[in-house]
Design a protein around this ligand. Structure first.
Ligand code: 5GP
Length: 206
């Protein structure tokens, strides 16, 4: 499938800083739009239906799977999460850049369907730092932290399947890297020809 907009897919182990980086990018760049996923997990804290996620029941999720409504979906930490076709295709067809913040299984599925998708993996600078970030976050019990670290080792082993890697040691540097990846896609020949059609025409470039 080919769309004028870019599809960015960001994956990372829990605690690597994926959500903060994507949030900062969205605040800086209004041409990048987030995709709102569906999940069977319950809302946390201030989360609102339709903003962070569409929170659905297991039967509702099943019905969407049956109706072929998802581009990808996966089990993550015992719950199901999926990117609906509706969440991305319309916006990409209109030329918007869409960013997905999903797990590595979903990212790999997306790359198989959208060969032009730009996949980005965010790594922590070390296992020690990842552990201390999870501990500092104070969201999880020691058992859950151990589980997240075990899962993180499985996730990090997939990094070679991604197009780009950002090591989130210093937040500002990692954000700079993410912005650079997004910007570089807009400088590609096909994107420039679309965005700067008049200039290309004036330069007699077909
Ligand atoms: P959380 O429940 O903490 O918001 O998310 C748990 C994990 O599920 C995160 O790694 C998040 O990126 C991932 N996730 C969120 N939405 C999707 C989705 O639509 N598809 C897939 N495959 N993973 C998702």
């Amino acid at each position: 499938m080919d769309y004028p907009g870019n599809l960015f897919v960001v994956a990372a182990p829990s605690g690597a800083g994926k959500s903060s980086l994507v949030k900062a990018l969205l605040e800086l760049d209004s041409h990048v739009q987030p995709s709102v996923s569906h999940t069977t997990r319950a809302p946390r804290g201030q989360e609102k239906h339709g903003r962070e996620y569409f929170f659905v029941s297991e039967p509702e999720f099943d019905a969407m799977v049956q109706a072929d409504a998802f581009v990808e979906w996966a089990y993550v930490h015992n719950h199901r999460y999926g990117t609906s076709k509706k969440a991305i295709e319309e916006r990409m067809a209109q030329g918007a850049d869409v960013i997905l913040e999903i797990d590595f299984q979903g990212a790999i599925q997306i790359k198989k369907i959208f060969a032009n998708a730009i996949t980005i993996f965010i790594l922590p600078p070390s296992w020690e730092e990842l552990r201390s970030r999870l501990e500092r976050r104070g969201e999880d019990s020691p058992e859950v932290i151990e589980l997240r670290l075990k899962n993180a080792a499985i996730e990090v082993a997939q990094v070679q399947q991604f197009d780009f890697v950002i090591i989130n040691e210093l937040f500002d540097r990692a954000l700079f890297d993410l912005k650079a990846i997004v910007h570089s896609q807009r400088l590609k020949f096909s994107a420039q020809r679309r965005a700067r059609a008049e200039t290309f025409k004036a330069l007699h470039i077909p």
